[in-house]
Ligand binder design. Structure first.
Ligand SMILES: [Zn+2]
Length: 260
């Protein structure tokens, strides 16, 4: 079994202010993102994309990914990655591409041309648990087809919006040509290059409060350092189940002071 720490970022800001369309809780200054990469490299991490990493057995792998296709993926993340010769995965929603605050197709093409992997985060960012079976299938099929059509590179990975994964999602994704599904439950990703990946791989969400020391601790201590995140995640998952998604988002916004 190979093992990797898969990090999930969202927006990056140039000056500490949140980019348009991004959630401030999930937005880091790009200088901090750069510091994470440099600290991980110093600690011995082999940094790269999940797309490339899943093809090979490797030790000390840390995968870098971005969800949502925020405009800062192109403006902020690409220069930081390119400067270091690194690749990352960008999970985008074709229905949002070109909207205010999001990358457009020419920016995503620039990411792809720079060696980045552009992958599916669903078509519309509707939580998959809110869709019936035919609509879910369409989200998976059409998002993959549209990205492939626009960028000319295969889409092999799926990250469900909000990490919401209905039963059987990984098998459905594999049947539609995806190689793996990356969720939002924290943990270490484990896989074998010998088998198809029918489990949803864990990822660790990096939020505004996470400094380089924290990210390096996840890498060096693995499971033990991730346990507090897992407890918190499963507590929140329970709250979502009890309150329902809509009520949960209202409560969360109020607690974070971002209620509209
Ligand atoms: Zn998302």
């Amino acid at each position: 079994m190979s093992r990797a720490l898969c990090l999930m970022y969202h927006g990056l800001s140039a000056d500490g202010s949140a980019p348009l369309g991004a959630d401030p809780h999930y937005t880091l200054p790009s200088t901090r993102f750069a510091a994470h990469l440099d600290a991980l490299k110093t600690a011995g991490a082999r940094l790269g994309s999940a797309r490339d990493g899943l093809q090979q057995a490797s030790a000390n792998a840390v995968w870098i990914g971005f969800d949502d296709g925020d405009a800062s993926n192109y403006a902020q993340a690409l220069p930081v990655l390119a400067e270091r010769g690194l690749r990352a995965d960008f999970f985008v929603n074709p229905a949002r591409v070109g909207n205010a605050g999001y990358c457009d197709w020419s920016q995503l093409r620039a990411l792809a041309d720079a060696g980045m992997s552009v992958q599916s985060h669903g078509l519309t960012h509707t939580y998959f648990t809110h869709l019936d079976a035919p609509k879910l299938r369409e989200e998976l099929r059409v998002s993959k087809a549209q990205i492939e059509q626009h960028l000319g590179q295969p889409v092999t990975l799926l990250a469900p919006p909000g990490g919401r994964a209905p039963r059987g999602l990984a098998d459905l994704a594999l049947s539609l040509g995806y190689h793996a599904v990356l969720g939002s439950a924290p943990g270490m990703a484990r896989w074998s290059t010998q088998e198809s990946i029918s489990r949803i791989l864990p990822r660790v969400a990096v939020t505004a409060g996470h400094d380089s020391a924290q990210v390096v601790r996840w890498f060096t201590h693995g499971q033990r350092a991730l346990l507090p995140l897992q407890i918190r995640y499963h507590g929140l998952a329970l709250a979502k189940r009890l309150l329902g998604d809509h009520r949960y988002e209202q409560v969360r916004a109020r607690l974070l002071g971002t209620a509209a």
